[in-house]
Write a protein that binds this ligand. Sequence first.
Ligand SMILES: NC(=O)C1=CN([C@@H]2O[C@H](COP(=O)(O)OP(=O)(O)OC[C@H]3O[C@@H](n4cnc5c(N)ncnc54)[C@H](O)[C@@H]3O)[C@@H](O)[C@H]2O)C=CC1
Ligand SMILES: O=C([O-])CC(=O)C(=O)O
Length: 329
Amino acid sequence: MSAQPVTIALSGAGGQIGYAALFRIAAGEICGPDTPVNLRLLEIPQGVGAAEGTALELADCAFPLLNSITIDTDPAVVFEGANLALLVGARPRTAGMERSDLLSANGGIFGPQGRALNDHAADDIRVVVVGNPANTNALIAQRNAPDIPTNRFTALTRLDHNRAVGLLAERSGASVSDISGVTVWGNHSLTQYPDLSHAIVNGVPALDAVDPAWARGEYIERVAKRGGEVIQVRGSSSAASAANAAIDHMHDWINGTGADWTSVSLPSDGSYGVPNGLISSFPVRSTGGSWTIVQGLTVDVFSRERIDASVTELLEEHDAVASLGLLPH
Ligand SMILES: NC(=O)C1=CN([C@@H]2O[C@H](COP(=O)(O)OP(=O)(O)OC[C@H]3O[C@@H](n4cnc5c(N)ncnc54)[C@H](O)[C@@H]3O)[C@@H](O)[C@H]2O)C=CC1
Ligand SMILES: O=C([O-])CC(=O)C(=O)O
């Protein structure tokens, strides 16, 4: 244990994803076995008890890397000096709530959190938004943090990516480690596009290894609706797999992806016709601590239509939050 401690903030620490993530983070799964961890846990008052209970259990694990735990309801306190932020806590849609109500309620969370990150986080802050609607919540946070480079704000589509790889492995009979080149484009929503056009299974193009009609039909729907399938079968939403994906995302951002790429929602630079600034999912590699969008992939007519459909939904969400005054910068 030699490196400087890393300060990792997690909002929604008393919830189910928080419970599935915090023990792994405290064990060093994001930054590795040499980096001590300061945990900063953000909750609303009704969630503080659950976060405190989790902190008791974290202490009972006697993790050698766990340097400190702070629990607070004030984002300014929690984000002070934070190097990494996992924004998990969000306002869920409840019965009778219109989409604009949901966006407005989340604006009330991610606007202030963006401002607190702007004013208090460390210069190297990296943010992943998990709480839904994740892409638009990330956009709100980013647009409220004018002093933080835009590319430090991301939203989680790694769970969709991992689901896409897992279901392709299941269908093809290959192991996950023999699959590469899978991409999830667009929004973390039902319009997302899990794309096998460039995927390779055991050295063979995926569209030769599995029925292309399945890959461009049932498969896309199955990946996009996997969250709903988990809720139906498990009785509650994906938690361990979401926590795992958030850890994968942060781990790869810091440590690099290697030859294969993964999927991350990040502010577009105009690549693949996605409007500048929109936080959309792309094929990306990480090197030197930064994500780079993989360039030069051919996009056929089918893929173009699917990407455009999801980007259209993101633009609608953008316009809705802009009209609510939630994107000040
Ligand atoms: N992007 C993705 O792939 C996925 C996203 N999600 C989303 O992640 C979010 C969290 O899911 P769960 O942990 O299962 O929910 P949960 O309801 O178990 O926990 C959420 C926690 O956030 C807290 N919270 C609410 N508002 C907060 C605020 N302003 N500041 C700090 N904490 C706050 C709540 O008190 C609660 O403890 C949901 O929005 C869910 O839809 C879930 C799975 C996958
Ligand atoms: O719908 C939810 O709350 C959970 C979710 O995002 C997913 O499982 O992909």
